[in-house]
Design a protein around this ligand. Sequence first.
Ligand code: KG4
Ligand code: ZN
Length: 368
Amino acid sequence: MYQVGCTAAKALAPTAGTRYSLAAMNVLGIETSCDETAAAVVNDRRERLSDLVLSQTALHAVYGGIVPEIAARAHLDHLDTLIARALGEARLGWADIAAVAATGGPGLIGGVIVGATMAKAIAVVREIPFLAINHLEGHALSARLSDDVAFPYLLLLVSGGHCQLLIVEGVGGYLRLGTTIDDAVGEAFDKTAKLLGLPYPGGPAIERAAASGDATRFALPRPLKGRPGCDFSFAGLKTAVRQLVEGAGSSPPTARDVADVAASFQAAVADVLVDRTTNAIAAFKRRYPDGAVLVTAGGVAANQALRDRLSDLARRHGLLLVAPPPRLCTDNAAMIAWAGVERLRLGLVDSLDFAPRPRWPLDPTARA
Ligand code: KG4
Ligand code: ZN
């Protein structure tokens, strides 16, 4: 606590070249829920004045996965300078910042505590509102920052920790139609990449390998495809890839094999996502016959092959697909700052008593 307060004080040093932006409401956003330390300034005109992301990938690579304690310490080491840089790049001083928003969960709790405590310290010192943002709400509202999408819309949220279909009815208003019953889709990408000897994060590596692969070479399962409802399952697909790779014997797979497995896996994932989203579109249309937009967000939504399939699906159902630019799909602080703008406009500020949450469902009425 003491240490975070000290680093906050360093971050509060005056910024050179201050530019006063007259009417815009600027919100500082902080994201520390996983292995990216991020800080950004966004205003209520949907301008990203700065948007900095510091990846810890290299730090965790030697361990073969994210080590929560190392992640939290790295956030602590870098967050103050990153915030100072975010203000500098935005060419704003502290007097221009209307509020500070930080991810309050869900995520790796050590990191969430670092970011939320830093934000609280800033809020106290600068006497500005503090906003605790649900990381998933950050992803969910990112399409309103990039494309000004109106409520309601259907959302396919696909990330490293989640895979859900939701109707977004408003800020704080989420109706969950389905979720994964085992692994998240990003996790399936990461584990498949590891099996193939590709680097972490697995999603971009699989996408690159798949570009030159034959998606028809391996017949991988499409779990839950054709079944009613909007839930997902990826465990069976992951197991099938493992059996495929292990069944190939002790010699390492050739580049062609890797490309073909990656392409076959990516096609299976896309088929499943399209199938489950088709059911969700029907549910969305029943509730909102005039509903016009399908949004996809979260790290996996950066995948172009997937975006193409979803765009085609949306068109066939008379909807428009909105997918924020890849940089806004993977973890970032601009989406947290933007969710802060949205909440601040509605007066939904948080108390300094807010306790960071390792788990925090968007739709609290949905079954676990
Ligand atoms: O949203 P995100 O940055 O962090 C979480 O909130 O989880 O998502 C990270 C996930 C990782 O599993 C990563 O492999 C995946 O998104 N990802 C991708 C791509 N870029 C990132 N998956 C498929 N294709 C991509 N291009
Ligand atoms: Zn995320």
